[in-house]
Design a protein around this ligand. Structure first.
Ligand code: ATP
Length: 361
């Protein structure tokens, strides 16, 4: 397998910058998820790596080769799409063998490669069937197998699970992860589903508006989002964001209450370009109180969503919707007044003007 390097990659359609100055390196054997909302430039980035569309600027390397001017077929990559594009009249064996026949491999080599790929993907018993005789998950495995037999330097996958039902998607998620681990494959994987990215990838490239917002491990992106977009995109339920004002060693709400800050958070707040600060907090870091408590701020329960293991609730604080979670044994009701305590070590402060996370100087 090979490293994939993007350097200042651009793609514009007139005034629309689908991919705007994107740089990142996928190490050999690494699984990278390109993730972001619809229209953020994920598929365009993948298609640029594949060579399916020309770049407007920048460089792409696969292995040690600059591939800017190479045709897709000469880039040694394999693509897996959401529609599996299997040949309906060919058996699974023939579907897998086809790319190898095109490359004029000898029959015994083709047989060996197809059998090896079928073994990895556990589809040996399906080799004589036609695609219509397979379930969605089995078809997806055949599509992976067809990519695998080509021995590519990298796999490029565009939402390969989005046509599957929810249960199968979760199952195939672990199968693709396993596929990656077993083969030590370099994979670039496009998804709009942040959970898919967080659970599968070694690193995630979070995109918005053609710009790369953050490129890091899922754990780091989750714990240290660089800006408000990443903070609200990664994690489910989303991180809550509450607009407030810096007031000395506290944050002040227009509703009249103040939230005292720890010395470390005071230093962060002091870095803001204006007094407008957005407080970010994940549900798992918040503590619910039924009456006023030191360091807790008042809110009103909006909705309550029991899920069995955990009960989520949305609480209005200072006009912002704040997601909290409690043990199912805790009964809370809509319109009830509650007090929410923030964990000073796990809260996030953002500069409201720049949307960037504030760091202590
Ligand atoms: P989705 O998840 O909906 O597939 P995406 O993140 O993959 O979205 P892209 O398909 O990469 O987004 O598109 C990025 C931007 O470029 C969008 O604003 C899209 O409208 C624009 N775009 C893509 N292809 C073209 C084209 N051929 N001509 C003009 N604009 C395009």
């Amino acid at each position: 397998m090979a490293e994939v390097v993007l350097r200042e990659v651009m793609k514009n359609y007139g005034a629309i910058y689908a991919v705007n100055n994107v740089s990142f390196t996928v190490a050999d054997g690494e699984f990278v998820a390109l993730v972001g909302p619809s229209g953020c430039g994920k598929t365009t980035t993948l298609n640029l790596i594949a060579g399916l569309i020309p770049m407007s600027g920048g460089d792409i390397e696969i292995g040690d080769r600059l591939v800017n001017d190479l045709d897709p077929k000469d880039r040694d990559i394999a693509m897996v799409f959401q529609n599996y594009a299997l040949y309906p009249n060919k058996t699974v064996f023939a579907n897998l063998a086809f790319p190898l026949q095109m490359r004029k491999l000898a029959k015994p080599d083709i047989e060996a490669k197809v059998q090896a790929a079928a073994k990895v993907l556990d589809i040996t018993n399906l080799l004589e069937r036609k695609p219509r005789e397979l379930s969605g998950g089995q078809q997806q495995r055949v599509a992976l197998g067809r990519a695998l037999v080509r021995d590519p330097r990298a796999f490029l996958m565009d939402e390969p699970l989005s046509n599957l039902d929810a249960k199968l998607r979760v199952q195939m998620r672990s199968e693709i992860k396993r596929f990656h681990q077993d083969l030590n494959a370099t994979i670039v994987y496009v998804t709009h589903d942040q959970l898919e990215a967080v659970t599968m990838a070694d690193k995630m490239a979070v995109m918005n508006g053609g710009l790369l917002q953050q490129y890091d491990t899922p754990a780091n992106v989750f714990a240290h989002p660089l800006n408000m977009f990443v903070a609200s995109f990664v994690g489910s339920p989303a991180m809550s964001l509450i607009p407030l004002e810096a007031a000395g060693d506290a944050l002040r709400s227009p509703e009249g209450w103040e939230l005292p800050l720890s010395p470390a958070n005071v230093r962060k707040a002091a870095q803001s370009s204006t007094k407008s600060i957005v407080l970010g907090a994940r549900h798992s870091t918040l503590t619910l109180h039924r009456s006023a408590a030191p360091g807790a701020v008042p809110g009103k329960v909006y909705t309550v969503e029991p899920t069995g293991d955990i009960t989520f609730a949305q609480v209005f604080i200072n006009g912002a919707v704040v997601n909290i979670s409690v043990d199912p044994s805790v009964i809370i009701r809509p319109d009830e007044m509650v007090w929410i305590e923030f964990d000073q070590d796990r809260m996030h402060l953002f500069d409201a003007a720049t949307t960037m996370a504030l760091q202590a100087a």
